[in-house]
Design a protein. Sequence first.
Length: 329
Amino acid sequence: MTALLTVSDLQVGFQDRGRIMRAVDGVSLSVDRGRTLGVVGESGCGKSVTSLAIMGLVPQPPGVIQGGEITFDGKNLLALPPKEMRALRGGRIGMIFQEPMTSLNPVYTCGEQINETLRAHGMSAPDKARARAIELLDLVGLPSPAKRIDDYPHQLSGGQRQRVMIAIALANDPDLLIADEPTTALDVTIQAQILQLMKDLQNRTGMAILLVTHDLGVVAETCDDVVVMYAGLVVERASTASLYSDPQHPYTIGLMAAVPRITAKAERLDTIDGTLPPPWVQIPGCRFAPRCPLATDKCRAEQPPMREITPGHQVACWFAPIDERITTP
Ligand SMILES: Nc1ncnc2c1ncn2[C@@H]1O[C@H](COP(=O)(O)OP(=O)(O)OP(=O)(O)O)[C@@H](O)[C@H]1O
Ligand SMILES: [Mg+2]
């Protein structure tokens, strides 16, 4: 079976005072129908730029797609005429953006914003569109949808606004939902409800979900597979079960160690020393080497290729498979 969405060796740069900074530097990933792929990595590693590129929304200029392929249901999205791309966006590909507070337009009611999407994709009869908008608001668990449909965004709570965003994303029954940090701005109980809602909808419709997050707890609960990004690259790719039971890249291991655990005695949280290199800094070998406790001269000189360690589990580290003594602190 071919995947619904395949991204191969995607490279995206941004022009900045005469030079091009590589924000995404060879990202490959794929998502199957009915599955959820998590994309994790620390702030600035290129998660949002990757999802914007899939939707054809990288601002150009300053952005430049410098290479790679994006295939959705057999179509090469990078070569698609703008009109067809617009039809896909909000149609077969739904999206939820990182900032729910700013992604809804404050001067239109929720109903008007859902109608806008429905109208753009062919539902022109106003009464039909209104009925569908109420149905969608009900589906995403907004209380009294027939009343709230005429509310403006500021009349809703953050969690309710996020539900409206999901309703807009789902308006045209997408095959793929791209959700960029859909719950980051919400408190944990609302976060759990929204993630559960996405799962339920997926079970009903069989849509594929690309879930961008920096939260490994969210990944553990919702994703089937995960890619870990570091400085514009994928450094590890695995099923969620395999990644959690047997993380291989020192960066992934560091991320996991930085997740708080409840223990009887107070523990200091492990952190990964150093920071992500800015995109204009050229690092010849492994990009994580300057922060890696295992790095050798080889790591600093040569970029490790992605290698399969166990079936379906790939990692870009010269040390993998990493010894168990290192993975269990
Ligand atoms: N419009 C833009 N112009 C210039 N540089 C950009 C633009 N958008 C993103 N970048 C740069 O691309 C890199 C990757 O950014 P991106 O937003 O994808 O990070 P992210 O992984 O989504 O981080 P976060 O977790 O904070 O959302 C960053 O260095 C960022 O500064
Ligand atoms: Mg982002």
